[in-house]
Design a protein around this ligand. Structure first.
Ligand code: 2P0
Length: 333
C-alpha cells in the first residue's frame, strides 16, 4: 500500500479573503495576501487502500467528526476524478494548532491533504495546479502551499476560466523579517462558522461592495510595500483591510459580530504601542482573537505588552514566517 505524508502550516491573511463568487469552485470575490507561519504544522497521511469500500478519515487515529470526514471524502472524489483512479483511502490528520486559536486549521489541513493525496494518486501537479487543488478543499489552503508571503489571485471569469486562473503564488519580500503575535482573547467555538458568515455578508451587507473595491487598491499598495520592505505600510493596510472586513459583517442582516471585550483591549494596546513608537498593527479573522504584525526584533516587547491585556503570557503566542507544504516521507508498506 502506498502511504504518503505531507506537512503544511497555517497562514494569516494581511489582505483578507472574504466572499466567494462561485461556491462550488471556491472562486473568491477578491485577491488576498497572506503570511504562512513556521508554527503549528498539520501532518496528513494518505494511504490508498484498494480494500476499502469508502474513505476512512481519522484525527490522530480517532474517527473524525462526520461533517469533516464527508468534506475530506468530497475532496478525494476530485483527486480520483483527476487521476482516474477510483480506489478509496485512509486519511489521518495530526493537527498542532491550539483549539480555538483562530489560526484556521483548514488552511494547513487542506494544503497538506492536497499534496499528500495528489502524490498518493500519482498526479505530480506543479505548484500552481497544487494550489488550485488545495483551493477546492478550503479557499485559504491555496495560500498555505507556499511559504512566507503569498498572493492568491481572484482569477478571471467563472467556471473553467476562473478555476484555471485562481491560484496562489509566493511574493518575494527579502527585506522583511515579520512576526505575528497571536492574542488568544477567547478560545470558545465561534457562534457563526466563517463559511456561513461569508455567505451572509456577500448576500446582505450593503457595505460589502465598498470593501471589495477598496481591497483592489489595498492589493496594489501592499505588493509595492512588500517589495520595498516597508513594514509600516504593510501593517497599516493589513489593519485597515481586516477592520473593513469586520465592518462588512456588522452590516450583514443579521449582523455577524466576532468582536469580544478582550478584542478591544488588545486593539487599544496596539494603538498604545504605535503611539510609543513600536511598529505593531492588528489583524483579525473570523473570530475574536487578534494577531499583531510586527518586526521580529520587536516581537518580545509586543508579546509582553499584549499579554498584560490578554490575560497573561499563556494567552499569547509569537509566530514567524514559515515554509510551504512539503512531503514528510513516503513509502510502500
Ligand atoms: C482569510 N478567512 O483570508 C479569511 C479571513 C477568515 C477570515 O479564509 O469556505 O476556511 O473553506 O473557502 O478558507 C477562512 O475561510 O473558507 C478564511 P472556505 P476558509 O484567511
Amino acid at each position: 500500500m502506498n502511504s504518503v505524508a505531507a506537512v503544511a502550516h497555517p497562514n494569516i491573511a494581511l489582505i483578507k479573503y472574504w466572499g466567494k463568487r462561485d461556491e462550488a469552485l471556491h472562486l473568491p470575490m477578491t485577491t488576498s495576501v497572506s503570511l504562512t507561519l513556521r508554527e503549528f504544522p498539520t501532518t496528513t497521511t494518505v494511504t490508498v487502500r484498494p480494500d476499502l469500500a469508502a474513505d476512512r478519515v481519522t484525527f490522530a487515529g480517532a474517527p473524525a467528526p462526520e461533517a469533516f470526514a464527508e468534506r475530506v471524502s468530497r475532496f478525494l472524489d476530485l483527486v480520483r476524478e483527476l487521476s482516474r483512479d477510483r480506489r478509496h483511502t485512509a486519511v489521518d490528520t495530526v493537527n498542532t494548532v491550539p483549539t480555538g486559536a483562530g489560526l484556521a486549521s483548514s488552511a494547513a489541513g487542506f494544503a497538506a491533504l492536497a499534496l499528500a493525496a495528489a502524490t498518493a494518486y500519482g498526479l505530480d501537479p506543479d505548484p500552481r495546479a497544487l494550489s488550485r487543488l488545495a483551493r477546492r478543499g478550503s479557499g485559504s489552503a491555496s495560500r498555505s502551499i507556499f511559504g512566507g508571503f503569498a498572493v492568491w489571485w481572484r482569477g478571471a471569469g467563472d467556471g473553467e476560466s476562473g478555476d484555471l486562473s485562481s491560484f496562489a503564488e509566493p511574493i518575494d519580500a527579502p527585506l522583511l523579517n515579520p512576526a505575528l503575535v497571536v492574542a488568544l482573547v477567547d478560545t470558545r467555538e465561534k457562534a457563526v462558522p466563517s463559511r456561513e458568515a461569508m455567505r451572509r455578508t456577500v448576500a446582505t451587507s450593503p457595505f460589502y461592495p465598498a470593501w471589495v473595491e477598496e481591497s483592489a487598491r489595498d492589493l496594489d499598495r501592499m505588493r509595492r510595500a512588500l517589495g520595498e520592505g516597508d513594514l509600516a505600510t504593510v501593517g497599516e493596510i493589513a489593519e485597515a483591510n481586516a477592520l473593513g472586513m469586520h465592518a462588512t459583517m456588522l452590516g450583514a442582516r443579521p449582523a455577524v459580530r466576532y468582536f469580544a471585550p478582550g478584542t478591544f483591549r488588545v486593539l487599544d494596546r496596539v494603538l498604545e504601542l504605535r503611539a510609543a513608537g513600536i511598529g505593531a498593527w492588528a489583524t483579525m479573522d473570523a473570530g475574536p482573537n487578534v494577531k499583531v504584525l510586527c518586526d521580529s526584533r520587536d516581537s518580545a516587547a509586543v508579546a509582553a505588552a499584549v499579554a498584560e491585556v490578554a490575560g497573561g503570557a499563556e494567552r499569547v503566542v509569537v509566530t514567524t514566517a514559515g515554509p510551504g507544504a512539503a512531503l514528510s516521507g513516503s513509502g510502500h508498506r
